[in-house]
Design a protein around this ligand. Sequence first.
Ligand code: NAP
Length: 281
Amino acid sequence: MTGSLSVINGKTRAYGIIGNPVSHSFSPKMHSSAFAAVGFNGVYLPFPVEEQDLPRLLEAFVLLQVQGFNVTVPYKEKIIPYLDVLTEEARTLGSVNTVWRERGLWKGHSTDGPGLVRGLLARRWKLKGKRVQLLGAGGSAKAAAFSLLKAGVSYLQISNRTLDKAEALADQLARTFGPGLVGVGLQGQFDLLVNATSLGLSSDETPLEAGELPRFGRIYDLIYNPPKTRLLREAEACGLEIENGLAMLLYQGVEAFELWTGKAAPVEVMEEALLSQLRGG
Ligand code: NAP
């Protein structure tokens, strides 16, 4: 069923992804496959958008009856002034990756953090009461931190190359979740290490030396391409359980699909659509 498009007719609804560039995105195939699998009459298109056109984009989408869309780099923050309503998640993060139209209003949400948590739970990695070390303090680290604390982790320690950013994030989290749950540093024993830095994405670098890894029970790397970063390879060699960012990518899409269609997402179809693209298909 993966990859087969629904028949397009006069009632087909349009969805898509905006960004610059978008040609590399796995989302069109993932969502098109999902629409087809559940018989949802929709299409999902890549929309490359120049920044100067952003102010006119939603007007065009209203005219063309585009029902919803994903947002990727570099517009996750820049789209916000043009939306009517933000979910609490999007407001807190100052970032939106999923937009839909409801009663004439454009609503923005961020499914990255919920996607990470749902992905971990789907892999049966428990979070409640666990101690988590987070590497990074950029956009995805922030999304991960809020959702991990919401999911009930007992302590979150943040480390980042730029210390000020780790401290600012820890302060914001402490104001939201209370003191004692968040710290800054890279010492101690943890149930889970989450890499939300981009180290390992375009080079074979690792944010942590192999000798440091046995302090962690499990290792999650947000990077999914390459599927096994040096961090994950070295963790596996230490006998640790590992998982890459595919589960997060998948479940951020699952959450968006469910918001748009009101239907349960065909998770296996969506995962296969992602895997086939990672294999080069
Ligand atoms: P971002 O906002 O640009 O943040 C990048 C983070 O990486 C910052 O903490 C930055 O530290 C750190 N960093 C970059 N280069 C570094 C280096 N040479 N040494 C040490 N730290 C370094 O990016 P992002 O959007 O959060 O994305 C981070 C990673 O998550 C990327 O690899 C991205 O592909 C991945 N991601 C995956 C998913 C998914 O669905 N699986 C979703 C979103 C993102 P400084 O603050 O010091 O610059």
